[in-house]
Design a binder for this molecule. Structure first.
Ligand code: ASP
Ligand code: MG
Length: 453
């Protein structure tokens, strides 16, 4: 009979938490400290995915060889600390050979599917190595291929998970294993209906952890990273930024969407659907505490945090034939949708639309959102302007639409800034505005001082 673990915790470790042997050992200690941790989801070791993405770009053979040597060194730095390095060494060698073969194929003809196949090797290697580290702690551990359960569509580079199929597959293939022993699997990777490897977009391991927690109806997801929680803003911009102890799902998802790098933006959706709390802490300082993201928080403050998203592109489309606004909007969104353009903030006027392209996150094609075919089609119907060199600043909070003096408080701090676009009203949790990239940090500093310190 399958044993049910009512308190199952899914623990996810990011790239820095599995960067080398010492980091892996610290992470193993965290796993073993809590017997409710039954499933471990891993990122690739820090730096590995970047190297693999570069290798998928089609480089000449000597450049490829350098990168593969760097990858080999990273892996062997871990293997050389193991008491039984032989078998795992052979397995990693086999994966490195695969990488080399796939990188050569990419040099011949690059494709998004090939890129995903190639980058999946980062998580495959880190998870195999972590199993060995856990075994050295004398814990029974099974390695599990996440592609068996994370079923997605075939949008390579930024695939969309199919939740109902994941639930079925987890019941069939994963839950029985969790009843037997601790299980280690990969974040970020999945497979489509044809069995081809896909990825969930950069930083997607967090998302895998919450998707699996949803399917298992887990009691909590622990995200172990290199910062001890979620802060009021990026502490590298504002030294006075403070850790937030508890945060609501809505606040945290706004923060992730609008640029707080701690969580992959989609991570909280599965957690919200099943009301599973998500803890964020530092694997280097597990005792430093962290942030708990859950459904309700005690006395949510008006202003919670400031997020910043850099390298934003503003696309402005203006009608040339004087058709009514509703038809013009329908036509433009039809074109954007057919070209699968990811956009997330929109303002409109009688004869024009301004929108921000959201190209953050995809493994492949990040710079390719504005394809020639899209621009050609748009230009045949309207006047197109593209502005780059912008940053999006977002104020996250609660009941912002009911705060009478908010706009005055915020924009009084921005007197010297050329605000390019403002979005407010669709969500009561945010107010976003676009600024020239070089003035974003000073805006965040001024607003943080005034609203959050
Ligand atoms: N390894 C992948 C990345 O670097 C996924 C992740 O770390 O979450 O984007
Ligand atoms: Mg991450």
């Amino acid at each position: 009979m399958t044993r049910i673990y009512p308190h199952t915790i899914v623990a996810k470790f990011g790239g820095t938490s599995v960067a080398d042997f010492d980091a892996m050992s610290r992470s193993a200690t965290i796993v073993l400290a809590d017997k409710d941790v039954r499933l471990v989801v891993l990122s690739a070791s820090a730096g590995v995915t970047n190297l693999l993405v570069e290798l998928s770009g089609g480089q000449e053979s000597s450049v490829r060889q350098d990168k593969i040597d760097t990858l080999r060194t990273l892996q062997y730095n871990i293997i050389s600390h193991l008491k039984q390095p032989e078998a795992i060494g052979q397995e990693i060698d086999r994966l490195l050979d695969n990488i080399s073969h796939l990188a050569a194929m990419s040099a011949d003809s690059r494709s998004d599917a090939l890129c995903d196949e190639l980058v999946s090797h980062g998580e495959l290697m880190s998870s195999l190595l972590f199993v060995e580290v856990l075994r050295e702690h004398e814990v029974e551990t099974q390695w599990f291929d996440a592609r068996k359960v994370i079923r997605t569509n075939d949008t390579f580079g930024c695939a969309v998970p199919i939740v109902s199929e994941i639930a079925e597959r987890v019941e069939k293939h994963l839950r029985p294993r969790i009843a037997q022993s601790l299980v280690v699997t990969q974040g970020f990777i999945g497979s489509d209906a044809a069995g081809q490897t896909t990825t969930l977009g950069r930083g997607g391991s967090d998302y895998t952890a919450s998707l699996l927690a949803e399917a298992l109806q887990a009691a909590r997801v622990d995200i172990w990273t290199d910062v001890a929680g979620i802060y009021t803003t990026d502490p590298r911009i504002v030294a006075q930024a403070k850790r937030i102890d508890t945060l609501s799902f809505s606040e945290a998802s706004e923060m992730a969407t609008f640029g707080a790098k701690v969580l992959h933006p989609a991570t909280l959706l599965p957690a919200m659907r099943k009301n599973i709390p998500v803890f964020v802490g530092s694997s280097a300082q597990p005792r430093a505490g962290g942030t708990l993201v859950c459904r309700d928080t005690h006395e949510p403050p008006r202003y919670r945090a400031l997020a910043i998203r850099r390298q934003q592109t503003l696309l402005k489309l203006s009608s040339v034939d004087g058709q009514p606004a509703h038809r013009f909007l329908a036509q433009m969104f039809g074109i954007l949708s057919r070209h699968d353009v990811a956009m997330d903030l929109v303002t409109t006027s009688e004869a024009s639309i301004a929108l921000i392209l959201n190209s953050t996150g995809s493994t492949s094609g990040e710079a390719d959102t504005l394809t020639t075919s899209l621009l050609t089609e748009l230009s045949s119907h309207c006047h197109v302007e593209i502005e780059t060199g912008l940053a999006l600043v977002s104020l996250i909070g609660n009941a912002l639409s009911q705060a009478p003096a908010m706009c005055k408080e915020v924009f009084a701090r921005l007197e010297s800034h050329a605000v390019r676009m403002i979005c407010h009203g669709a969500s009561s949790h945010n107010l976003c505005f676009l600024l020239p990239a070089e003035s974003a940090d000073s805006a965040v500093k001024a607003l943080h001082r005034h609203l959050l310190e």
